[in-house]
Design a protein around this ligand. Structure first.
Ligand code: F6P
Length: 554
């Protein structure tokens, strides 16, 4: 088995040879047939030590991947594929701040955001740690001033509400982490998130707020995103309708961006902008100033604990041998499912209400990164790339879509995420929650055979309906408790898992050209709506008739 990391020259994330042409890939495919008729029951029966063998501890997290339809040979074949694509070199390119985002000609270096100051971190040949830590300390002092009440609103009142306006990566990370770490938050300072351009999002956020006590963080890497800029303008109008003085804006608006010019154009002084850099991708930006609303909510010390958790997973990913490397293993198992076995979806089920936004966060992280159909060279992929990610908290999901997971015709690999201790006090609720957590992966893996159903006295007509085929793959991730540190580890685990998969597919995981077409078509259609002139620009017959209908009904 390949357990040691081979020495590979540093390369960027580009594979000249496509995955499906590799002999190692062809070897891997042979195991699909071999295991086709082998059940998880048989795999467990054949090896008493299976759970231990296919488990791994890293930091706070225990990963049990034994309930996947794979064995040691499959794992070895996957590790051989990882070596053959030069994953080691890709990781080194990532950690040395190279321009691995080829289609945008950008370096990728979100690990620099959580790297301790004294370690240094080079991006494009320049040490960025001083700049990173300068912004972190500006965020720290701003958060302290807000939390202590030293920062006042325009009329001298204390700020009690912070509204983060942003979308995609400028929303999902801080929103998810703020909910996850709500038990650490200062209850006298409420942080709310507004993303959707549907005015109802902003209206409902502002409904109970007092402009004199509200501060807006306008969070946008580009500061041109239509949804965010529309919401930011409306928020400013709302503030000025009440405070009636342009000078009030500076006490109630700060910006997080890479685009100083646009921030100033909007009317926010450059001194109230928290900078980040183009080498931080939106969906990888939580540890940058994009996390400002989170830091305000939980306080700088907790935020820094989260960064330390991220960093420890970064170091593990960079240094651990692949066979003991949690992000590598999760990534390889995902490729086995999506690209070899053809399972098109991936479900994430956190058994923690605090992680309710984690599935949406992962959707952007995974699907915007690996939802690509061509490789870095522009060649059409010959294998299925990143999966369709979805999920919901347990136990709620059990009463919604789990029926299909257990008995549907699709195979849906799942990640179950849980904690031994509740983030509040220990109680029966948590034990019930975790009993379900354990029961579900057991039911999915081992099912209930027709024979077992019959012997339980079920009438023969109902036997097929009450049979559970089992063999449904799951990973289980268990940590002692949900803390800033363990959350940081968890997010970094998934970031690197996505990187591993992108490396195997040979794609650019850091661009997102797929979001552009819809954006530009909306810009094309909007004038026709605003000017009530549906013939302003030519449309296909379906879009034209829908547009006409919209204009008639609005
Ligand atoms: O959805 C496309 C996207 O570019 C994301 O990648 C990004 O996180 C989001 O829009 C928001 O962009 P910005 O931070 O520039 O407003």
């Amino acid at each position: 088995m390949s357990s040691e990391r081979p020495k590979v020259e540093k390369t960027s994330n580009s594979s000249a040879v496509s995955l499906s042409d590799l002999s190692e890939w062809k070897e891997l495919l042979k195991h699909r047939e071999r295991l086709d008729h082998v059940s998880l029951r048989e795999l467990f029966a054949a090896d008493e030590g299976r759970a231990e063998q296919f488990s791994l501890q890293q930091g706070n997290w225990w990963l049990d991947y034994s309930k996947n339809r794979m064995d040691r040979q499959v794992l070895d074949a996957l590790l051989a594929v990882a070596d053959a694509v030069g994953l080691q070199g890709h990781i080194e390119a990532l950690f040395s701040g190279q321009r691995i985002n080829r289609t945008e000609n950008r370096a990728v270096a979100h690990m620099a955001l959580r790297s301790p100051a004294e370690k240094g971190f080079e991006v494009d040949g320049e040490d960025v740690s001083a700049a990173v830590h300068h912004v972190l300390s500006r965020m720290e002092s701003f958060s302290e001033r807000l939390r202590s009440g030293e920062w006042k609103g325009y009329t001298g009142r204390r700020i009690r509400h912070v509204v983060n306006i942003g979308i995609g990566g400028s929303d999902l990370g801080p929103r998810m982490a703020s909910a996850a770490l709500a038990s650490y938050a200062d209850p006298s300072l409420k942080v709310t998130f507004v993303a959707n351009v549907d005015g109802e999002d902003l209206r409902s956020a502002l409904r109970s707020l007092d402009p004199e006590e509200t501060l807006f963080i306008i969070c946008s890497k580009t500061f041109t995103t239509s949804e965010t800029m529309t919401n930011a303008e409306s928020a400013r109008n709302w503030l000025l309708a009440s405070l009636k003085d342009e000078a009030a804006v500076s006490s109630h608006f700060v910006a997080v961006s890479t685009n100083r010019t646009k921030v100033v154009e909007f009317g926010i002084d450059a001194s109230q902008m928290f900078e980040f850099w183009e080498w931080v991708g939106g969906r990888y930006s939580l540890c940058s100033a994009v996390g400002l609303s989170l830091m305000v909510g939980i306080g700088p010390a907790r935020f820094f604990e989260m960064l330390a958790g991220f960093h420890s997973m970064d170091e593990h990913f960079r240094l651990a041998p692949f066979s003991q490397n949690m992000p590598v293993l999760l990534g390889l198992i995902g490729v086995w499912h999506a690209s070899v076995l053809g399972y098109e979806t991936h479900c994430v089920v956190p058994y923690a209400e605090a992680l309710r936004d984690f599935p949406s966060y992962l959707q952007q992280l995974d699907m915007e990164s690996n939802g690509k159909r061509v490789d870095e060279q522009g060649q059409t992929l010959k294998v299925q790339s990143g999966p369709i990610v979805f999920g919901q908290t347990g136990t709620n999901g059990q009463h919604a879509f789990f029926q299909l997971l257990h008995q549907g015709t699709h195979q849906v690999p799942c990640d179950f995420i849980g904690f031994s201790r509740s983030s509040r006090e220990a109680d029966l609720h948590h034990d019930i929650l975790m009993a379900n957590f354990l029961a579900q992966t057991k039911a999915l893996a081992f099912g209930r055979s027709a024979q077992e159903v019959e012997s339980a006295g079920v009438s023969s007509g109902l036997v097929p309906h009450r049979t559970f085929p089992g063999n449904r793959p799951t990973n289980t991730l268990l940590a002692p408790s949900l803390t800033p540190y363990s959350l940081g580890e968890l997010i970094a685990l998934y970031e690197h898992k996505v990187f591993v998969q992108g490396s195997l597919f040979g794609i650019d995981s850091f661009d997102q050209w797929g979001v552009e077409l819809g954006k530009s078509l909306a810009q094309d259609i909007l004038p026709a709506i605003v000017e009530k002139d549906s013939l302003r620009s030519p449309q296909d017959s379906s879009t034209q008739s829908l547009l006409d209908r919209y204009l008639r009904q609005r």
